[in-house]
Every structure is written in C-alpha cells, then in structure tokens.
Write a protein that binds this ligand. Sequence first.
Ligand code: 5GP
Length: 195
Amino acid sequence: MRLLEEKILKYGKVYPGNILKVDSFLNHQVDMALMGQLAQEIYNNFKDCAVTKVLTIEASGIPLAGATAQFFNVPMIFAKKASAKNMSANFYSAKVYSFTHGNYYEIKVCKDYLTKDDTVLIVDDFLANGSALESLMDIVNQAGAKVAGAGIAIEKGFQKGGDELRAKGIKIVSLAIIDEMSAEKGITFRSPEAC
Ligand code: 5GP
C-alpha cells in the first residue's frame, strides 16, 4: 500500500538487528487517520470471510486491530502478556518468542471471549519470523474457532514468517512488505505483483 510505504520511507528508522522503528506513527505515537486507512484495506481483503472477532497481542497491535474491528463491526480482543504464575484455568494460553526482546513470554485470552462459533481475523503491526502469529493461531485453535487469516501492517519479507505461513495455506495480507533494509542502503519494498 503506497501510503504506508511512503510513511515508512519518511519516518522509519532502521536499527541494528533488523529492527524497523516506526513509533512516530504506528506503535507509540499513533496516526489514527492512517490506522483507519490501513484498516479499510484489511477490511476490503477479508470482508467476505464472515469475521466475528479481531484478535491481536498487546500492546502495539491494538490501534490497528481496533480500527479494523470497527470496519467489521465486531469486538477486538487483545491477548494479554502474562507471567505463567498468573494463568488461571479460564484462559487459553500460548508461548511467543519476542523478536525484539529475544525472550519467550506467555499470552492469554479469556475463554469467555473466543468460542468454536468464532471466525477470527488476526491483526498485528509487524510480521517477522511469525512467532506472534503462530501463537495467536494456536489460541484460536484451542478455542475450536476458525482462522480467517491475518492482516499485517508491515511484513519484513526477508524474515521468513510470512512466506512460511502462506505456504501452509494461511491467508496473509501485509500492507507493506520489506524485502531488504539497512541503515546504509535504506528500504526496498516487494512489488505488488510479487506479493
Ligand atoms: P514475529 O513474531 O513475527 O517474529 O514478530 C512480530 C512481533 O514482533 C510483532 O508483534 C512486533 O511487535 C514485533 N516486531 C518484529 N519486528 C519488529 C520491528 O522491526 N519493529 C518493531 N517495532 N516491532 C517488531
């Protein structure tokens, strides 16, 4: 999506360790008008999928997931990050490997909010190696619900999470896919034809 690519080129900063910082508009200070436009695009791609819930992980997925849920007129659920000792029997839980922090953490979703009758669209700000997405799909599966697919703002296509999950038949719509990035050479996006 051209608009998002332009924002990334203007405001994004590439950090060591393949981290892209976009916290001036996506995941710290948030451009809500942009979130609405991204959410509209995600909605257009999944509007025929009978989505009943939008699911993300706190905290940085919440603005885009919330805006997306508004288009579908369905609830947004954010998986909570929790230490294992806080877990109770009424929660679905899964482990996520944090790409940005280099450690594992547990996420949980209350069983009351996801049931076998749900069709779930997963939304997140980034897709890198796919751990967050796989753990969210695990939680949807634990509930016996259906995964409609995933809507992602920025996919780092040089990390293989997105391509591996697509190869398994998961519908993933990423609004900008970065094929290469470095502080020296800048950012190259995957052309829409190759997506
Ligand atoms: P994955 O689980 O796919 O490896 O990584 C996705 C998660 O890690 C996202 O929820 C996002 O919060 C975080 N993440 C991955 N790469 C980046 C990045 O380059 N920049 C930022 N800000 N977050 C990232």
